[in-house]
Design a protein around this ligand. Structure first.
Ligand code: FPP
Length: 247
């Protein structure tokens, strides 16, 4: 029985989020510049996207560039942006062929204008696809997203379009960048780091966390299968007792 056969397709996570980490270390181990690690990470992006779509996962969200990543050396940022645009340009046809919609969350206005334009074009070009939504978190941080949400809501209160008493969790979530997506049930982080790094803090309240020592450029379909099998072996209690769940 292969790892893939062990997956119960009836109990797939609808939404998987991944913190892709370890590109720099992967490159360093090979005596190469960090940008070589990022380039090599593209294959892992392709493999995870393919594997998730083939299984029937509805949403895959990848942490591609954090707000904090703007602090990296300029040449690395430029290389990452270039790689991003090149990759999505190259993959548009494959995304369309496979009925995958591209989406982006984060402070997209901060992206260089050519990247922003290119991204919007591909988001537009794939908008009609409905097999899976691939979301790239770009210039994203969860605290930024939460504060932006608060600002939007505060403005509505100020303009008397919203009563503070009517504000609840559901409404709050509907103003986040992830408004139309279910919360991720499974969050994967590669590279052996046990951190969330400001990613989807609101949305992962009940997500199962899966950490693997694999560096991102080594992450393959089998690794995604392994994470899903692990997830399916867990008991998700949502605050209830084990006995209550079985009843
Ligand atoms: C983390 O590794 C990775 C990133 C900051 C960028 C991820 C980007 C890609 C895989 C490129 C293409 C992406 C798409 C979506 C087309 P790191 O640099 O933090 O590694 P380190 O922790 O070993 O230094």
């Amino acid at each position: 029985m292969t790892l893939k056969d062990k997956i119960d397709l009836e109990r797939l996570p609808r939404h998987i989020a991944i913190i892709m980490d370890g590109n720099g270390r992967w490159a360093k181990m090979r005596g190469k510049p960090r940008t070589f690690g990022h380039k090599s990470g593209v294959k892992s992006v392709r493999e995870s996207t393919e594997a998730a779509a083939e299984l029937g996962v509805e949403y895959l969200t990848l942490y591609a560039f954090s707000t904090e990543n703007w602090k990296r050396p300029k040449f690395e940022i430029d290389a990452l942006m270039h790689l991003l645009l090149q990759t999505i340009n190259k993959e548009t046809e494959t995304l369309n062929k496979n009925n995958i919609r591209l989406n982006a969350i984060g402070n997209l206005d901060n992206l260089p204008s050519n990247i922003h334009k290119g991204l919007m074009r591909i988001i537009d070009d794939t908008a009609g696809n409905d097999r899976m939504t691939l979301t790239l978190a770009l210039s994203y941080s969860s605290r930024w997203e939460i504060v932006e949400t608060l600002k939007k809501l505060a403005l509505q209160v100020k303009n008397k379009q919203l009563n503070v008493e009517d504000l609840d969790q559901e409404m709050f979530a509907s103003y986040l960048d992830t408004a139309n997506m279910p919360d991720p049930e499974l969050l994967i982080r590669t590279s052996g780091e046990y951190r969330i790094s400001n990613f989807l803090l609101w949305q992962i309240a009940y997500a199962e966390l899966y950490f693997t020592p694999k560096l991102w450029p080594d992450f393959r379909k089998e690794d995604l299968y392994e994470a899903i099998v692990d997830y399916q072996g867990r008991e998700r209690r949502f605050g209830k007792t084990s006995e209550q769940l079985k009843a």
